[in-house]
Design a protein around this ligand. Structure first.
Ligand code: T1G
Length: 708
């Protein structure tokens, strides 16, 4: 037995401990180690029962996802995977008890379900999250889970991939006993109680499978839900098919079907993209020049300047993480409006069952309003979220420097402005950083952390660590106009308006991007955010526009008519009382007239061209950003777009998508656009180089992960 698996004994009870930190992933070596231990248990007559437990903070987080890449690239053969081990445990004539703490996910839960009994710490989580990786359970999960929790719950867990608590698992019969206190002792006591008794095989339990007429509506509803909530993803539908097989096929054939569906999903582009997102989301936390042991600052109290939409949402984020927040605005009415919005948002969270009333009351206690900067004297961090103008932000930072203690972090929620210039309003630029939240801040997972040229490593390390604590995915980006997300989105939005000027309609552009998988089309997104915001920024930067370079203009014309989008019930679309978008023929007529008057050539635009122009505008700007070191990795850009801009995760983000299409093809298409539409489509040098070298953005990242 090697370090990965330990086999110990306590008189007639064997304990098999899995030690593969950090999460006990089931690599081939771990699986064969467990198999050897089980074989020893089988052959040792003195042993009457066994306990299978995980070392460290988890039971087992599933199969080793790193192995999948090797399989789909043919580097390693999967063969039957974990199934021989699962059957070996299930067929052991001596009962095996799985002792679960932390996570029992994917192959980890499948292993536990092959055991004859399961006990768990009340804080444990159990789940089949495989669909989030674009696959389905592949070690019998779709065939054993329904036998333990029933069809309805099994379909939900396998098709949606969300974990359940140990308490819920116990109420469903998936867990046989909850163990408070020492889990191993509790599991061994349980093993002693069942030692010598027959070892019930999960695959032979049919009492919870229900009748066909009961199950048919469950499968139909699950398929409908998968088609709407997981639009464009085949894995959730495959998971429903696999669970359904439990009601129509004997176990072996059901397992066979599961295998086929699993392999089909595993070798799909979607799965590769989602696995890229899984690892990229963990990679963003690693900053090459800021080692893991960099000192971090305590953040136990925060102040937020500005109680508007963003400020209020940011205050909720910190309160939800249990951090007391001072919320300041310029006058009482503004403060009252901000607090009222916060209360309204919390109320709807309770209505939707996201929070309990008690949780909300505790959170509201943590948010203290104030009109005085002087109250900030003791806070550890301030987030400024005032109007997006340089002058007012500098005034705020002068005030913060006057009142805040030494070492307090001074952060700005600016979405476009120069962090170094904001920092120049204080004598302590090393404490200044950008923390760009996305609206609604209490919902959106993304946090762009903007590194100023003087931001200290402690301040950066603290904000990266804090982002996880406040439930955000923190991505470190360099300081430039619009940072990463908005800088790319500006090009994407530009093309969307050009397409409307050249003959398409808002609904055709949005439909094409929505069919591509974007959560919302670019023009509807503009209406949601407010067209006046972009209009104000364009006016602020008009002086930077290159003469002779085409600029979109019909969006300005709409704003001149007061059509700011949802907030004025008219923008690119009209909006009814439920804020539902209604195509507006008047907009099409006005735009057509303005465009023809401006001499914009009109032509038919296919959905393919619409998608290519918008998505490749993202990719081309992303290539500039990567080459300038404003983003550390191509994967960081992908994480920003998947978590902040509704880019479909199953396409892996814009940079991964371009790699999937092939940079040579992407470059050729952009060269076409350059010839047709001019300067704005000049291919990024990095893209041109990688395309000529037959390389990918991922390969470039592996070779060059440094920040400007
Ligand atoms: N395989 C390989 N590496 C993994 C891993 C896994 N299953 N899970 C985590 N890691 C790495 C991760 O990349 C990171 O590495 C480190 O562990 C800590 O992770 C047959 C086919 C368990 C809730 O989808 O959800 O089983 O960055 O930062 O926040 O049917 O990890 O430090 O180098 O996320 O405490 C199904 C995936 C697999 C669960 C812990 N299982 N993992 O969260 O730590 S498919 C999953 C998680 C499968 C079977 C099928 C979370 C966690 P690094 P972390 P955490």
């Amino acid at each position: 037995m090697d370090d990965l698996i330990q086999l110990t004994r306590d008189s007639d009870i064997a304990i098999i401990t899995i030690n593969n930190p950090p999460v006990n992933a089931l690599s081939p070596a771990v699986a064969s180690g467990i198999a050897q231990a089980v074989a020893q248990v089988a052959s040792d007559a003195a042993i009457r029962a066994a306990v299978l437990i995980g070392g460290g903070r988890n039971f087992v987080a599933g199969a080793d996802i790193k192995e999948f890449g090797k399989m789909t690239s043919g580097q390693s053969q999967r063969g039957a995977g974990l199934n021989p081990l699962v059957l070996q445990i299930e067929d052991l004539p001596k009962p095996v008890v799985a002792a679960i703490h932390g996570s029992a996910f994917g192959g980890g839960l499948e292993l536990a379900m092959a055991c004859h009994y399961r006990v768990a710490a009340p804080t444990a989580q159990l789940g089949q999250p495989e669909v989030k990786l674009g696959i389905i359970p592949g070690a019998g999960g779709t065939q054993r889970l329904p036998r333990l929790v029933g069809i309805f719950k099994a379909v939900e867990m396998c098709a949606e991939g969300n974990p359940i608590s140990a308490r819920e698992a116990a109420s469903l019969g998936l867990v046989d006993r909850l163990i408070d206190g020492d889990l191993l002792q509790g599991a061994m006591a349980f093993a002693r109680e069942i030692a010598g008794k027959p070892a019930p095989k999960t695959r032979e339990r049919n009492e919870k499978l229900g009748a066909p007429e009961q199950n048919a509506p469950i499968f139909a509803a699950a398929r409908e839900k998968a088609r709407t909530k997981q639009r464009g993803m085949p894995a959730p539908l495959a998971a429903v098919d696999a669970v359904e097989a439990v009601t129509t096929l004997p176990f072996d054939q059901g397992s066979q079907l599961e295998q086929e569906l699993f392999r089909k999903c595993l070798f799909s582009d979607q799965s590769k993209a989602l696995i890229h997102i899984f690892f990229s989301e963990r990679e963003v936390a690693k900053i090459p020049d800021i080692p893991k042991d960099t000192r971090t600052l305590a953040v136990n109290s925060v102040a937020v300047v500005g109680a508007g939409t963003m400020g209020g949402g940011i205050a909720m984020v910190f309160a939800n993480a249990g951090i007391p927040v001072l919320l300041k605005d310029t006058d009482q009415p503004a403060l009252d409006r901000g607090l009222a919005t916060i209360q309204k948002n919390y109320l709807s969270s309770v209505k939707r069952g996201r929070f309990t009333q008690q949780f909300v009351e505790e959170r509201l206690q943590l948010i203290q309003p104030t009109l005085r900067y002087d109250d900030f004297a003791k806070v550890d961090m301030v987030v400024e979220a005032v109007f997006e103008g340089m002058a007012i932000k500098k005034v705020v930072f002068e005030q913060l420097d006057r009142v805040c203690k030494k070492g307090a972090i001074l952060a700005s929620n600016t979405s476009t402005l120069n962090i170094d210039e904001i920092a120049s309003a204080t004598p302590r630029p090393e404490s200044v950083i950008g923390t760009h939240f996305f609206s609604p801040a209490n919902v959106m997972r993304l946090l762009e952390i903007v590194r100023g040229k003087a931001s200290s490593k402690e301040v950066i390390a603290t904000c990266m660590q804090l982002s996880k604590k406040i439930g955000k995915v923190g991505v470190l980006v360099g300081n430039c106009r619009g940072f990463v997300g908005n800088r790319m989105f500006h090009q994407y939005g530009r093309e969307a308006v050009f397409l409307v000027e050249e003959g398409s309609t808002p609904q055709a552009v949005d439909q094409a991007l929505s069919n591509f998988g974007m959560a919302l089309g670019p023009l509807a997104t503009g209406d949601l955010a407010g067209l006046d915001i972009g209009w104000r920024i364009r006016k602020e930067y008009r002086h930077l526009e290159k003469p002779g370079v085409r600029q979109p203009f019909v969006n300005d014309r709409l704003c001149e008519l007061g059509r700011y989008g949802q907030k004025t019930t008219a923008g690119w679309y009209k909006y009814d009382e439920n804020r539902r978008a209604i195509p507006d023929p008047e907009v099409n007529e006005m735009v057509r007239k303005w465009a023809i008057e401006a001499g914009v050539p009109q032509h038919n635009l296919s959905p393919e061209e619409i998608v290519d122009r918008c998505i490749y505008a993202l990719v081309n700007e992303g290539a500039h950003i990567l080459e300038e070191g404003i983003a550390l990795r191509a994967g960081d850009i992908d994480i920003i777009y998947v978590n902040g801009y509704g880019f479909p995760a199953y396409r892996g983000g814009p940079m991964w998508y371009a790699d999937t299409v092939g940079l040579k093809k992407v470059h050729e298409r952009i060269c076409d656009f350059h010839r047709q539409y001019g300067e704005l489509w000049k291919p990024a040098p990095l893209l041109a180089r990688l395309a000529s070298e037959g390389k990918t953005f991922s390969e470039f990242t592996k070779e060059h992960a440094v920040m400007a």
